[in-house]
Design a protein around this ligand. Sequence first.
Ligand code: HEM
Length: 486
Amino acid sequence: MSLVRTATGERLSSVVLTPMPAGVDRRLFEKTRPRRVEPLAAPPAGSGLTAVPGDAGPPLIGHTLSYIRYGSTFTRARHAALGPVSWCGFVGEHVVIAAGPDATHQVLTNPDKAYSQDGWRFLVDDFFHRGLMLLDGDEHRVHRRVMQEAFTAPRIRGYVDRTVPVLREAIPTWPRGQQIRIYPMLKSLTLDVATHVFMDDRSGPEADAVNQAFMDCVQAASSIVRRDLPGTRYRAGLRGRALLERYFTAALPAKRESDGDDLFAALCRARTPEGEAFSDADVVNHMIFLMMAAHDTSTITSAAAAYYLAAHPQWQERARAESLALGDGPPDLAALQSLTTLDLVIKESLRLAAPVPVVMRRTTKDTALLGHFLPAGQLVMAAGATNHHDPAIWTDPDVFDPERFAEPRREDKAHRDAWIPFGGGVHKCLGMLFGSLEVTAILHELLRHHRITVAPGYEPRWDNTSLPVPADGLPLRLERWTDRTM
Ligand code: HEM
C-alpha cells in the first residue's frame, strides 16, 4: 500500500480535484462505474451465501481517486449499481462498501463481534494511536466508561461556558463586504475553542507549536506518501505526534493536581464508580485523539451550515430571528438548545454534508452481511452518508429541506439508521452533544453579527482525501445583517 501511495504522489489530490465543465465531469464519473463485475471471495460450499460483487478499478490505485473526487456520490453510485454490499479497489486493498440502512446497521451494531476498529488503525494509528475510536472489545468498553465521566451533563455545561467567550471575541471581528474563505477561518476558530476548552487557556509560542502539531497529524493521517521521508507530510505528522506526546506528558503532573474544569483535567480525574481510571499514557493518547475528533468535524459542519444558510436566506432570517430573541447575554446550554431553527438546519447540513461519511472496520473472522460472504481480514467501509440520500427514506433527498426533521414529518425516524452522522453502536460519537452545541453556538454568533451571502450559482466542491473539506475553502461574504443589499 505504501508503494502505491508513494507512486501516486503527495499532491495528487489537488490534481484529482481540478474543476471541470459539468459535461466532462459527468463523462469522467461514468468511467467509475463497474465495468467487469467480479466476485470478491467464493462463499464456503453449502453456506447459502452469495459472493460480494464489485470491481477493482484501475491497477494498484483502484477507485481511490474516484472516492477523493466524488466522495459519497461515488458510494451512492456503487449502491445503485451493485446493491447494499459491494466491493472495490481502494488504497491498495479491496474494500467492501456497506451502504443503505440495513447494511450499515449490521456493521455498526456488530452483533456477532465480527468487525474490529482495525479498519481505522490501518489508516491513522501512527498519529492517533490508542485513541478511543481505535480500541476494541473489553478494552474499548472500559475506556469508554471512564471517558464518559468527562462528558456528563454538568461537564458539558462547563465546556459550553468556556466555548462561548472564544466565539464572542472572534466572530464579530470577521471582515465584512469582501469574499472570505469561511472554512479556514472556522478551522482556526474551532482549534482555538479546542485548546481553550480541552487544554485550558493557553497562548503564546507554545500554543502555536501545539496547534501546528495537531494540524500536521491530521494532514499526515490522509497523506498519500506513507513513509518517513524528508519533506513529506507523513514525517511532519510523526514529529507532530512526538511533540504532542511530550507536551501532554510534561503537563500531566500539574493537571493531575489541578481542579480545573477543562477536558484534560477531567480525563485525569475521571473514575468510574468501580474505580477504573486512566493511566498517564492513556490520558495523553486520548487527548491527542479527542483534539482531532472534536475540531475537524465541528469545522466541516459549521462551514456547511453557513453555506446552506447563505444559499437559503429565508432559513437564515428565521434562524436569526430566534438568535436575536435570545438577547445579548452569552448563551448557556439551555439557551442554545432552544434555537429550534438552527437545530433543524444543522441536522439537514449533517445529512447533506456528513463530516464522517464512512467509518472503517475490518472483519475478525468469516462473516455474513445481508446474505453476502465476507472473509476474515476484510476491510469494510460502512457508508452512512449513502443512507442520507436514500429515496425510500427521504423526500427529494438532494434538496435542502430542514423541515423534514420537524414534527409531523420526522423523515429521520423512517429507519434506525436513516440519519447517522454520529455513527452508531458502541463506537457512536461521544462528543455528539458537545459538537452540536459548539456548532449551534458558532452559527448563533455569526447570525447575530453578520448576514451571510454566497455568489449566485455557487456549488461547494468537497475534497474527500480524508474527511470531506471544501476544496476551495468555501467562499462566502459577510454583510451587516441590517443591510438589505443582498
Ligand atoms: C459534528 C461533529 C461530530 C461528528 C459528525 C462526529 C462523528 C463521529 C462518528 C461518525 C464517530 C464514529 C466513528 C466509528 O464508528 O468508527 C465518532 C466517534 C467519536 N467522536 Fe465524534 N463527531 C463529532 C464531534 C465530536 C466531538 C466534539 C468530540 C469530542 C469532544 C468527539 C469525540 C468522539 C469520540 C471520542 C469518538 C470515538 C467513540 C468510540 O469509539 O467509542 N466527536 N464521531
